[in-house]
Design a protein around this ligand. Structure first.
Ligand code: MG
Length: 386
C-alpha cells in the first residue's frame, strides 16, 4: 500500500513579515496559520500522515499551534528552507517505514484545498514530481534600476508555483541529498536539478502564501467568505378597521371605505417589516422603540419606523438585502397597488425592486381578516453583516 506523507515546512523565521510572531504562528480567524494548514492536510483522505518541520527557536509556538493534532514530534529545521526540507525527508527516511510519496507544503499556505492535493497525487502516477500552480494572468514588466519600466516580459507559458509539491519519496530524497548546499528556490527546482521531470497541475486561486499583513487580511476574508454573517428576521402585525376613507399599506395610501385604527398611521405592512428588521438584528421590537404611550408617535408616518430600524441595524454593521411582505385581507384588493408598494419599500430600504416582495392573500373569509374586521401582515427580512 502506498503511504503518503504531507511534510509541512514551518522552519522560516519570517523576516519579511516582521513583528515578534512569525507568520506561520499568527492567528487567522482565531487559529494559528500552521494549525489551519495541518488540520486541512490531516483531513484529506489520501494523506496518511502529516509531519511538521519547525525552527528550533519556535518550539513553544509550534507546540501551542499543533496541540492535540496527530503530527508526531516536530522535526528540527535547518538554516535555509532547503535544509529544512532535507531534514524533514531524512527524518522520514529514518522512520520505520519511509513513505512512498511525499507532499512538501509551505506552512504559510493555510488555504490548501482538497482538489489541489488530489491533482498533485494523481500526477505522481506518471511523473516523479508534480507542482500545482496557476498561469500568470497579469502582464509582467521588468523594473529598471532607475525605477522605470525596462520592458515587458513575455508571460506565455509562465506559471506561478504553489505547494504542496508532490514527489515519489526515494528520488526526491536522493535529489535533496545531491543538491545540498546549492541555493534552489523550491523542491521542484531541486528535483529538476537532479534530472527528475516535474508535472504542472492546476492549483487554486485561494492558495496564497502569507507573506505580508495584507495577505493575512485577505486569507481571513477568504475564510470568512465561506460562512457569511446572514440574519433572517420575521414580523407580524394586525390593525383593526375603523372609520376612514383609505388605508396605509406598505407606505402607499389605498382608497377604501374604512381606515385602520392605530396610534400611528396603522400601516401593518411597514410595522411587520420594521419588526422583521429589528428581529434580524436581535434588537427588540417596534413597541419597544416607538411606544404608543409617547405622544410624538401619534399619527406618525410609519416609514420613519422602518428607516429607524434600518439605521439601528446599520449601526450593528448589518444591512438589509431582501424583504418580503404578505398582506392578509379580503379587501381592499392589493393587486392594483402592488407595484407602487414594492417601489415604495425598495426606496425606503435602498434596494432594487427585484429584492422586495409584496404579496397578498385572503383567509377564505375565515377569522377576523375573513370577517373584514382588520388587516394582518407578515414580513421577513434578510440582513448581512460585514
Ligand atoms: Mg402596528
Amino acid at each position: 500500500m502506498s503511504d503518503r506523507v504531507a511534510l509541512i515546512v514551518a522552519g522560516g523565521t519570517g523576516e519579511r513579515f516582521g513583528g515578534p510572531v512569525p507568520k506561520q504562528y499568527r492567528l487567522l480567524a482565531g487559529m494559528p496559520v500552521l494549525r489551519h494548514t495541518a488540520t486541512r492536510l490531516l483531513a484529506h483522505p489520501a494523506i496518511d500522515r502529516v509531519r511538521v518541520v519547525v525552527h528550533p527557536a519556535h518550539a513553544p509556538w509550534a507546540a501551542q499551534a499543533l496541540d492535540g493534532l496527530p503530527v508526531g514530534e516536530p522535526i528540527p529545521g535547518g538554516a535555509t528552507r532547503q535544509d529544512s526540507v532535507r531534514n524533514g525527508l531524512e527524518a522520514l527516511a529514518g522512520a520505520e517505514s519511509p513513505p512512498t510519496l511525499v507532499l512538501i507544503h509551505d506552512a504559510a499556505r493555510p488555504l490548501i484545498d482538497p482538489g489541489t492535493v488530489d491533482r498533485v497525487i494523481a500526477a505522481l502516477a506518471d511523473h516523479p514530481g508534480a507542482v500545482p500552480g496557476l498561469p500568470v494572468a497579469d502582464t509582467l514588466r521588468r523594473a529598471g534600476p532607475d525605477g522605470q519600466s525596462a520592458g515587458t516580459v513575455d508571460r506565455a507559458g509562465l506559471w506561478r508555483a504553489q505547494t504542496p509539491q508532490g514527489f515519489r519519496f526515494a528520488p526526491i530524497l536522493a535529489a535533496h541529498r545531491a543538491q545540498a548546499g546549492r541555493a534552489l528556490t523550491d523542491d521542484a527546482a531541486v528535483a529538476e536539478a537532479a534530472g527528475l521531470t516535474v508535472a504542472l497541475v492546476p492549483g487554486h486561486g485561494d492558495l496564497l502564501k502569507i507573506t505580508t499583513e495584507e495577505d493575512l487580511t485577505l486569507a481571513a476574508r477568504l475564510l470568512g467568505g465561506a460562512a457569511p454573517d446572514i440574519r433572517v428576521g420575521q414580523g407580524f402585525d394586525v390593525h383593526r378597521f375603523g372609520p376612514g376613507d383609505h388605508v396605509m399599506l406598505c407606505g402607499v395610501a389605498v382608497p377604501h371605505g374604512r381606515g385602520l385604527l392605530g396610534h400611528s398611521d396603522a400601516d401593518v405592512g411597514l410595522h411587520a417589516l420594521t419588526d422583521a428588521i429589528l428581529g434580524a438584528a436581535a434588537d427588540g421590537d417596534i413597541g419597544q422603540h416607538f411606544p404608543p404611550s409617547e405622544p410624538r408617535w401619534k399619527g406618525a408616518a410609519s416609514d420613519r419606523f422602518l428607516l429607524h430600524a434600518v439605521e439601528r441595524a446599520a449601526a450593528k454593521g448589518l444591512r438589509c438585502v431582501q424583504a418580503d411582505v404578505t398582506l392578509i385581507c379580503e379587501r381592499p384588493k392589493i393587486g392594483p397597488h402592488r407595484a407602487a408598494m414594492t417601489a415604495r419599500l425598495a426606496g425606503l430600504l435602498g434596494l432594487p425592486v427585484d429584492r422586495v416582495g409584496v404579496k397578498a392573500t385572503t383567509t377564505e373569509r375565515l377569522g377576523f381578516a375573513g370577517r373584514e374586521e382588520g388587516i394582518a401582515a407578515l414580513a421577513s427580512a434578510t440582513l448581512i453583516g460585514g
